[in-house]
Design a protein around this ligand. Structure first.
Ligand code: AR6
Length: 182
């Protein structure tokens, strides 16, 4: 049985086995949760992200002369793990959410982020996992839909993870997740 907890706050302050990062395909950092995780977690996380990126299949990782990556990187909906550096966790699981589209239903990709992150957590042996509200910031997914997909997917996924903690940055996000749990 996986229990679901809700917390309002900064995910980089959580003590858990694994913290999930709302990353982008480059795996090389960004704003939002991603920026906060790299800032507080320190350079060891980025170093491992670079190595992971370089080890992706060549089609996902082509590089322009001079070293600029032009391949797509980690596909949307997938997840990979690195060290958690200075965070109070053993691992960071980086997953790439979909950019919201008003004309295309990308909910399966968002569900895949939660499912794949839990699969990676199981591989690692993580028992407590903190998730942010993936895709609801820079990627503009409507909070209500994102909360429903997050909660439904975690509930439907068979996993050895004992506690999933959704860490919501503001009250509006917290309330949207709370409505899904009721
Ligand atoms: N702790 C918990 N939640 C947070 C924090 C934090 N420290 N900071 C922001 N949020 P976002 P995305 C909330 O933009 O939409 C990055 O540049 C935020 O309010 O972090 O998946 C990546 O590199 C929102 O509800 O992720 C990608 O390029 C939620 O976390 C892109 O943004 C997700 O917002 C990914 O966009």
């Amino acid at each position: 049985m996986t229990t679901i907890e809700l917390v309002q706050g900064d995910i980089t302050r959580e003590s858990v086995d694994a913290i999930v990062n709302a990353a982008n395909s480059s795996l090389l950092g960004g704003g939002g949760v991603d920026g906060a995780i790299h800032r507080r977690g320190g350079p060891a996380i980025l170093e491992e992200c670079r190595r992971l990126r370089a080890s992706l299949p060549q089609a996902l990782n082509s590089v322009r002369a001079g070293g600029t990556p032009i391949g797509k990187g980690l596909p949307t909906g997938q997840a990979v793990a690195t060290t958690a550096g200075n965070l109070d966790a053993r691992w960071v699981i980086h997953t790439v959410g979909p950019v919201f589209s008003a004309t295309e239903d990308r909910s399966a990709l968002l569900a895949s982020c939660y499912r794949e992150s839990l699969r990676v957590a199981d591989e690692l042996g993580a028992r407590t996992v903190a998730f942010p509200a993936i895709s609801t910031g820079v990627y503009r997914y409507p909070m209500e839909d994102a909360a429903r997909i997050a909660v439904d997917t975690v509930r439907a996924t068979k996993t050895d993870v004992e506690e999933v903690r959704f860490v919501l940055f503001d009250e509006q996000a917290y309330e949207a997740f709370a409505r899904q749990l009721r």
